[in-house]
Design a protein around this ligand. Structure first.
Ligand SMILES: *Cc1c(COP(=O)(O)O)cnc(C)c1O
Length: 401
């Protein structure tokens, strides 16, 4: 019996929580409920003519999974619908997304301006890798708009930033920085990992490109790596499409499938993790041996007003400084029984990191100081555990101080 296909709702008419569950689903002839996992490298063609038409781009079907794959395409379409972007391309990791977003559009002689408070590998790509190919970079204090403006040169082609930043959770004014970028004819790339697609929409604030490590909240259960680049169709057609196809940092269909299922619960997870993060930030701030708490949702955060204006929530991460520097931080982290020591974030399990000796170890002490990373600073990624159990665990850390 032939059935009539049901017309799809336009994802734009749906709220983000609904897009997370439905957007981008491509059902096969079997009508499966859950997204199918197309674990295939290639595709077969009924006739030589079909193969010819696919290679010529006249027929829209799949050709090779380095180029595109139905499960990966579902992930890309769901991400694009969530972000409100024209298009998305998935990558094997967040760093593949960051590197491709930069390299695909830059050439020798170009210049990049970037916020200096960056995830370690992002800073490596901008500060060390790009200059090897004759692409200069200037790192600025991202909260200082005058510094962004002063760094612009005639050959500036791209701006790069993270907000909230890692690990000190500074908030950068995306709208104002996007304006400066546009005036300089440079494209602003925002690494939106800390905010997640639910809590901040950089494209609406004027950015041209958004990148994610899907490894973090999007998987959210510590299983696989992935990344995504979101931009206009025109940017992807002109710069990214061929770069990705020919260099091959493609997302595995298996990982795309895990990430798709992760997206279904992203809204619930972020909501719960954020509520716990807010209460734990207040809990820590009330203790006298905690020197300061950094959480964008607290009124004592240096950019509290900007966070409120630019973000739809305050996020799932917080940072705090304990008395007695590195020794105090180690005593605190080692006394925890539930919260585990790990450099990862966005996981269902709460994770604590000492940035000065791990993620930011390679920087000189002065550079760390400039980024606000003191020896007593700890970063906490709040997970899905009951907030009271987490508070009881943090109390163990406080007692060890
Ligand atoms: C983790 C992370 C990345 C890199 O992502 P991978 O998936 O580990 O390659 C980039 N930027 C930020 C802000 C991150 O937290």
């Amino acid at each position: 019996m032939n059935s009539i296909p049901r017309p799809e709702l336009d994802p734009k008419s749906l709220r983000p929580e609904t897009r997370l569950v439905h957007a981008g689903t491509l059902r096969s002839q079997f009508g499966e409920t859950s997204e199918a996992l197309f674990l295939t490298q290639g595709y077969v063609y009924d006739q030589s003519e079909t193969a010819e038409a696919r290679f010529a781009g006249r027929d829209a079907g799949f050709v090779y999974s380095r180029y595109a794959n139905p499960t990966v395409a579902m992930f890309e379409q769901r991400m694009a619908a969530l972000e409100g972007a024209e298009a998305c391309r998935a990558t094997a990791s967040g760093m593949a997304a960051v590197t491709a977003a930069l390299l695909c559009q830059l050439r020798t002689g170009d210049h990049v301006v970037s916020g200096r408070a960056l995830f370690g590998s992002c800073r490596y790509v901008i500060e060390e890798l790009l200059p090897r190919y004759g692409i200069a970079a200037t790192l600025v204090d991202g909260t200082d708009l005058a510094a962004w403006k002063a760094a612009i040169r005639p050959e500036t082609r791209a701006f790069f930033l993270e907000s909230p930043t890692n690990p000190t959770l500074e908030i950068l004014d995306i709208q104002a920085i996007a304006k400066l970028a546009r005036a300089a004819k440079a494209r602003l790339i925002v690494d939106n990992v800390f905010a997640t697609p639910l809590l901040q929409s950089p494209l609406e604030l004027g950015a041209e490109i958004v990148v994610y490590s899907a490894t973090k909240h999007i998987d959210g259960q510590g299983r696989c790596l992935g990344g995504a680049i979101l931009a206009s169709e025109a940017f992807i057609a002109e710069h990214l499409h061929t770069f990705l196809r020919q260099t091959g940092p493609c997302l595995s269909p298996f990982n795309a499938w895990v990430l798709l299922k992760g997206l279904e619960t992203l809204g619930l997870r972020v909501e719960r993790m954020q509520a716990s993060a807010a209460s734990l930030a207040d809990f820590l701030a009330a203790h006298k041996r905690i020197k300061k708490v950094l959480y964008p949702g607290r009124s004592d955060h240096p950019q509290a007003a900007l966070a409120k204006k630019q973000m739809k929530g305050s996020g799932t991460l917080l940072a705090f400084e304990v008395a007695d520097g590195k020794a105090g931080a180690f005593r605190f982290a080692d006394a925890l029984r539930l919260i585990r020591i790990s450099n990862n974030l966005g996981d269902a399990k709460s994770l604590i990191t000492h940035p000065a000796t791990t993620t930011h170890q390679r920087f000189a002490p002065e550079v760390r100081a400039e980024m606000g990373i003191s020896d007593g600073l700890l970063r906490l990624s709040v997970g899905l555990e009951h907030a009271d159990d987490l508070a009881e665990d943090l109390a163990r850390g406080l007692k060890a101080l």
